[in-house]
Design a protein around this ligand. Structure first.
Ligand SMILES: NC(=O)c1ccc[n+]([C@@H]2O[C@H](COP(=O)([O-])OP(=O)(O)OC[C@H]3O[C@@H](n4cnc5c(N)ncnc54)[C@H](O)[C@@H]3O)[C@@H](O)[C@H]2O)c1
Length: 296
């Protein structure tokens, strides 16, 4: 049995990981301010600390005796970061630095950081490989990219083990369907359920590499446990297939309309060789089945 902190454990991906850790018999401490997460996502067997990662003095004592930290807490929306660059900077960059400081001071062995494919921005070739020069297109993409450097630097200078996982569009149970910035699959399912037309941004031919949350959870556990990593390594965690936004609307079925495009990369597709080599991870979930599961 290990003692873990899961920041953002009331959110979509974090809460899915918490359930698996609790199922294994680990002791789990959730740090979340419930700004984007939900009380109903909180596993009742986890210990919940309602706290803000921007406040280092508030969170520091929670790290005593912890073996590892899974850091999910963030303001994870591109559009929101464009409208609120200061607030998102404080949470996504300063908050991440606070987590590394608090973990290192408490002698925590390893932090697994939720990075993002948003770091890549537009690249001229696919698939996206970790050695490409990141070109983030938004404050969010830039902030998540800075978080990777914080992790690496904290490993190099202060000796705490870190790993950064760059997720590609995560979908699955508990994905957020609220608000204007919900991710595409959740938004389409909600619009269909409410009898509205699905709104496709731009021409809908932009493609995404969708990754099932169960695959992301498995990657986190492997990254925490693998003895080949811990020095700030960065690796893609993606489904490895491209699907266009239009194709998803057609898979879900029903009426759709086109709305103004957003500032977003045209395509994403993960090369996952590094994750396979370093932590033995490959995507396992089938996309069509994964979306079908969410329809019911
Ligand atoms: N969902 C995706 O497709 C995706 C893709 C790439 C990377 N990521 C990263 O994965 C992580 C989790 O994303 P998610 O989709 O589960 O998001 P989410 O919004 O569902 O979860 C984030 C959680 O962080 C909490 N939080 C926000 N600010 C906080 C603060 N100041 N203090 C404490 N808690 C705070 C929220 O309340 C929420 O529960 C994020 O770091 C995100 O950048 C997600």
């Amino acid at each position: 049995m290990k003692k873990y902190i899961v920041t953002g454990g009331a959110g979509f991906i974090g809460s899915n990981l918490v359930d698996v850790l609790i199922e294994r018999g680990d002791e789990v401490h959730i740090i979340d301010n419930l700004s984007g997460g939900f009380e109903e996502n909180l596993n009742p067997k986890a210990i919940f600390h309602k706290a803000d990662i921007r406040n280092i003095e508030e969170i520091k004592p929670l790290f005593a005796g912890i073996d590892g930290v899974f850091h999910f807490a963030a303001l994870p929306r591109v559009q929101y970061s464009i409208e609120n660059p200061i607030e998102t900077n404080e949470v996504n960059i300063n908050g991440t630095q606070n987590i590394l400081i608090a973990a290192q001071l408490a002698g925590v062995k390893r932090v697994v950081y939720s990075a993002s494919s948003a770091a890549y921005g537009n690249q001229s070739t696919m698939p996206l490989i970790e050695t490409m020069l990141p070109q983030p297109l938004s404050p969010y993409g830039m902030q998540k990219y800075v978080g990777e450097h914080i992790c690496r630097i904290w490993s190099e200078i202060y000796g705490i083990e870190t790993v950064s996982l760059r997720y590609f569009n995560v979908y699955g149970p508990r994905q957020s369907s609220e608000g204007a910035y919900a991710l595409v699959i959740a938004r389409f399912l909600k619009q269909k359920k409410e009898g509205q037309k699905m709104t496709i941004t731009g021409d809908g031919l932009q493609t995404r590499d969708f990754t099932h949350v169960r695959d992301v959870v498995r990657a986190n556990i492997l990254a925490m446990e693998s003895d080949k990593v811990g020095k700030g390594e960065i690796m893609n965690i993606g489904g490895g297939e491209q699907h266009s936004v239009l194709e998803i609307a057609q898979m879900i079925g029903g009426e759709y309309e086109f709305i103004a495009p957003r500032i977003e990369p045209r395509h994403t597709l993960a090369d996952t060789t590094v994750a396979k080599n370093l932590i033995g991870w490959e995507p396992k979930e089938d996309f069509v089945k994964g979306v079908e599961e969410l329809k019911v």
